[in-house]
Design a protein around this ligand. Structure first.
Ligand SMILES: *C1O[C@H](CO)[C@@H](O)[C@H](O)[C@H]1NC(C)=O
Ligand SMILES: *[C@@H]1O[C@H](CO)[C@@H](O)[C@H](O)[C@H]1NC(C)=O
Ligand SMILES: *[C@@H]1O[C@H](CO)[C@@H](O)[C@H](O)[C@H]1NC(C)=O
Ligand SMILES: *[C@@H]1O[C@H](CO)[C@@H](O)[C@H](O)[C@H]1NC(C)=O
Length: 370
């Protein structure tokens, strides 16, 4: 009771406190009581402080439940896959041979402006014949690889395919932990975060696959990487970025006419990656007769790029259902079947063999069964 009143009143000179002091101590001397007063004064301060801390903690816990937990438990260090510098390169050299790692990831203005970099192939394997269009596009876009990726000593990357296997996979948190998350085409993130994550470092796309809202399905710093299959693809991005008259002919599907994007986010993928994916992974002839035109999918291209850019490459959501499984949907976000792949110029069974080979030799690892 006495303590309580001392607490509430906060005045140590109350009659109770003085009485208690003289009762407890046999020889009440000045220095002793001064000390006692000081202690009880600071005890009040201490308790007030504790009360304040408690109030702050409660407020904190209400406003940010996750941070409240961190106040009491040290967050366990994130368990990350061990990363061996240069590992992907070593493994990939068995597939690709000792190709030059000096190839830039993205096309640069200086290579087309100051010097005319000769290219052996036309699109999609080279830039031969598209230089003037490309020059105009490079003048209004960028080519830099973000410092946050450049500066990493070891880069852990995940290529997120669009496969149906991602449905209910709960891989979202695991995917978000990689340094670089590469996504493909119009694969949505909004509404699927739990299964596919929310981080997007790069998104590879082409005009016909650009049916996504660049601002909704990406982060503000996501690089939107144009994969050009034909000269018209450069023309499309130019009309979008410079707001010129749109062209509607020359595409196998109408690309978006309005595409709200920051030009600083746009990159043009070096066609070199298409060349080595086609040549080394699929053994396609580089000079194809006009009619056949088989080409790698964006997914295989993204894995090729990752093997060049990263030290560790994981894949998730790759693989198509078996050919006899005609009803099985192929994507995690839309109801289309393998039938829609007919006439696309992709040979999915040949790509499956290429990916199997990469898995077997350990160049890539899978997060979902393949
Ligand atoms: C892919 O990963 C899954 C899950 O970790 C595993 O069950 C499966 O065997 C792997 N498949 C291959 C081909 O490595
Ligand atoms: C690539 O280079 C490494 C070392 O420079 C060498 O050991 C390896 O045999 C080469 N591989 C091929 C396919 O030429
Ligand atoms: C995913 O889980 C939901 C709810 O548990 C279920 O209704 C749905 O069928 C599952 N989808 C797939 C593709 O497994
Ligand atoms: C696709 O690839 C497989 C395996 O390499 C091959 O047997 C098949 O003939 C190819 N299909 C077409 C249409 O080229």
């Amino acid at each position: 009771m006495g303590e309580e009143s001392a607490l509430a009143g906060g005045a140590p000179q109350t009659p109770e406190a003085v009485a208690r002091g003289s009762r407890d101590d046999s020889s009440p001397q000045e220095p002793c009581c001064l000390l006692r007063n000081m202690i009880s004064k600071s005890r009040w301060k201490l308790l007030a402080m504790l009360a304040l801390v408690l109030v702050v903690m409660v407020w904190y816990s209400i406003s940010r439940e996750d941070r409240y937990i961190e106040l009491f438990y040290f967050p366990t260090p994130e368990k990350k896959e061990p990363c061996l510098q240069g590992e992907a390169e070593r493994k990939a050299s068995k597939l690709f041979g000792n190709y030059s790692r000096d190839q830039p990831i993205f096309l640069q203005l200086k290579d087309y402006f100051w010097v005319k970099t000769p290219s052996a192939y036309e699109l999609p394997y080279g830039t031969k014949g598209s230089e003037d269009l490309l020059l105009r596009v490079l003048a209004i876009t960028s080519y830099s690889v973000p410092e946050s990726i450049q500066s990493l000593r070891c880069r852990r990357c995940v290529v997120v395919g669009n496969g149906h296997r991602l449905r209910n996979s709960s891989l979202g948190d695991a995917i978000n932990k990689y340094d670089v998350v590469i996504r493909l085409n119009n694969a949505p993130v909004a509404g699927y975060e739990g299964d596919v994550g929310s981080k997007t470092t790069m998104r590879l796309f082409y005009p016909e696959s650009a049916h996504f809202d660049p601002k909704v399905e990406n982060n503000p710093d996501t690089l939107l990487v144009l994969v050009a299959f034909k000269a018209m693809d450069f023309h499309w991005i130019e009309t979008i970025l410079s707001d010129k008259k749109r062209v509607r002919k020359g595409f196998w599907k109408q690309p978006p006419l309005i595409w709200d994007v920051n030009p600083k986010q746009i990159r043009i993928l070096n066609p070199f990656f298409m060349e080595i994916a086609a040549d080394k992974l699929l053994s396609l002839p580089m000079q194809q007769p006009r009619k056949i035109k088989q080409k790698p999918t964006t997914g295989l291209l993204a894995i090729t790029l990752a093997l060049h850019l990263c030290d560790l490459v994981h894949i998730a959501g790759f693989g198509y259902p078996d050919a006899y499984n005609k009803k099985q949907t192929i994507h995690y976000y839309e109801q289309i079947t393998l039938k829609s792949m007919a006439g696309s110029g992709h040979n999915v069974s040949q790509e499956a063999l290429a990916i199997k080979r990469m898995l077997e030799m350990g160049a890539v690892k899978n997060l979902t069964s393949f």
